[in-house]
Design a protein around this ligand. Structure first.
Ligand code: KIV
Ligand code: ZN
Length: 520
């Protein structure tokens, strides 16, 4: 019989730690709602002890999607972190406390400077404390793949006896190779099943050697019942195991793995695109499953074969991962019904009539400028509206702008609004965008540095929407901002302002109770 593999998505915790990928609370909730549609089993929503903003985001996610999806969040093996996790996830139907503590010599010596026995005891005490709060506790043996095996097992045995219900084995630095990692999981699984066969064995891999998917699959073959993954493989350094790769490997090669998951694969592409949009971090075009070219066939021999029978060159269909084969093209005359249909087909809820009217107005404006509106455009219109239209009197809004460019002194004049205040100014620059960004920087009076500016066009046609992604540095942190518009100068101004607003919001939320703010 096919074994069910539990899928924990950690995009909002491990993935979100990538510099510049920080999302605001509203964006995190929007993404968590999409993870729910994707039918992941567990969402790791954040690291609540790291900041007040993270705590609030985890709490909102527990409240808004924790009715059907299990919610977890990360704690170090200390009481205050465990309390923060408990208080942020307790409203979910099925909350899970996740505790992490290193087991490798290098972690024990360099991070804790304690004896191995003392570190093990810290873990046991943490689990015992967590169990007084909730029945489900996961324990992660950080840097397991570089740990001495017998000490790793001794730790697992002790924390299971203390009450841990899931054991997660991380390849924290992406050091493992599939045969070794698979063998380690086989041995741990054998001992764990003998100790207590109700405890779930899980793996969490990083991609430093490009082996995260291979290592995760090797672990599944050797008995792991749970995988920790992120959408697009997002994560620090080379990232985490990619959810879509593991899921489709298990599905397409079910004959080899004899396993299945609960994931609704037709939501994969949409989830990937939403994340790309929210973080501004693009997926490489040849990325398996979700890259733009993943299902494109350009060679004549392949195209000929495909026309005869798709299976000649396709091991899975684009439709299986959510790439629509039929697309309706909307115009300004399409009307409410057709627009509503398109929005719903993309998986968005349209039950809020007032919000739908605002979206419809935006659609008409877009259709007037762009003539033909594709699924792609509707998707960005809705996500843009739901995640970036935050009305907050502490944030800057673009009121009006004028940019004049030539080869001598490009000039920009901008008017910004913040609450009831208006700020107007002009500046010259090396080019139109430099002039625009210089005047905005002067008006907000903040020391921000532009680190990266990217523009590309969405969908097809000469009226295509321009999407601008920027990354800025502010007070030593990296923030990203993005915007889209048929006018690329306006999109550039909005993206820069969104980045500045994200930095200001984050700075305001950073009453960080602990110095450490990330965990890989
Ligand atoms: O990579 C890692 O070790 C982690 C743990 C917190 C599971 O992210
Ligand atoms: Zn990690």
């Amino acid at each position: 019989m096919s074994r069910k593999i539990i899928v924990l998505d950690t995009t909002l915790r491990d993935g979100e730690q990538v510099p510049g990928a920080k999302l605001n609370v509203q964006q995190k909730v929007e993404f968590a709602q999409q993870l729910k549609r994707l039918q992941v089993d567990i969402i790791e929503a954040g690291f609540p002890a790291s900041s007040a903003g993270d705590f609030q985001a985890v709490q909102e996610i527990a409240r808004s999607v924790g009715d059907t999806v299990s919610i977890t969040a990360l704690a170090r093996a200390v009481k205050s972190d465990i309390d923060a996790v408990y208080n942020s996830i307790k409203l979910a139907q099925n909350p899970l406390i996740h505790i992490v503590l290193g087991t490798s010599d290098i972690h024990v010596d360099k991070k804790f400077n304690r004896s191995k026995d003392a570190v093990l005891e810290m873990g046991v005490e943490a689990v015992k404390y967590a169990k007084t709060l909730l029945p489900h506790v996961q324990y992660s043996t950080e840097d397991a793949s570089r740990s001495e095996f017998e000490y790793l097992w001794k730790t697992i045995e002790a924390v299971v006896k203390a009450g841990a219900t899931m054991i997660n084995v991380p390849d924290t630095v992406g050091y493992a190779v599939p045969d070794e990692f698979g063998e380690m999981i086989r041995k741990l699984n054998e001992r764990l099943k003998n100790l207590d066969d109700s405890v779930i064995l899980s793996v969490h891999c990083h991609n430093d050697l490009g082996l995260a998917t291979a290592n995760t699959l090797a672990a599944v073959k050797n008995g792991a019942d749970k995988v920790e993954v992120t959408i697009n493989g997002l994560g620090e350094r080379a990232g985490n195991t990619s959810l879509e790769e593991v899921i489709m490997a298990l599905k397409v090669r079910e004959n080899s793995f004899q396993c299945h998951t609960n994931i609704k694969t037709t939501e994969l592409l949409r989830t990937s695109r939403l994340l790309t949009y929210l973080t501004g971090l693009d997926v490489q075009v040849n990325k398996a499953i979700t890259g733009d070219n993943a299902f494109a066939h350009s060679s004549g021999i392949h195209q000929d074969g495909l026309l005869k029978d798709k299976q000649v060159y396709e091991i899975m269909s684009p439709e299986e991962v959510g790439a629509e084969s039929m697309e309706l093209i909307l115009t300004a005359r399409s009307g409410r019904h057709a627009f509503k249909n398109a929005v719903e087909k993309l998986g968005f809820d349209t039950s809020d009539a007032a919000e739908f009217e605002v979206l419809f107005d935006k659609f008409l404006t877009l259709a007037d400028g762009k003539k033909e509106v594709y699924d792609h455009d509707v998707f960005y219109l809705v996500t843009n509206h739901r995640t970036l239209d935050v009305k907050d009197s502490h944030l800057y809004e673009l009121d009006s702008f004028q940019v004049i460019t030539n080869n001598q002194s490009p000039t920009a004049t901008v008017s910004l609004k913040k609450g009831s205040e208006t700020f107007v100014g002009s500046a010259v620059g090396d080019g139109p965008i430099d002039a625009l960004y210089t005047v905005i920087k002067n008006l907000v009076g903040q020391d921000v540095h532009l680190k990266d500016y990217k523009i590309n066009s969405l969908s097809r046609g000469k009226e295509a929407i321009g999407r601008v992604n920027i990354r800025i540095e502010y007070q030593g942190n990296i923030y990203s901002g993005r915007a889209m518009d048929t006018d690329i100068i306006k999109a550039s101004a909005l993206a820069f302002l969104n980045g500045i607003n994200a930095a200001l919001l984050d700075t305001a939320a950073q009453e960080s109770p602990t110095p450490e703010r990330s965990y890989s």
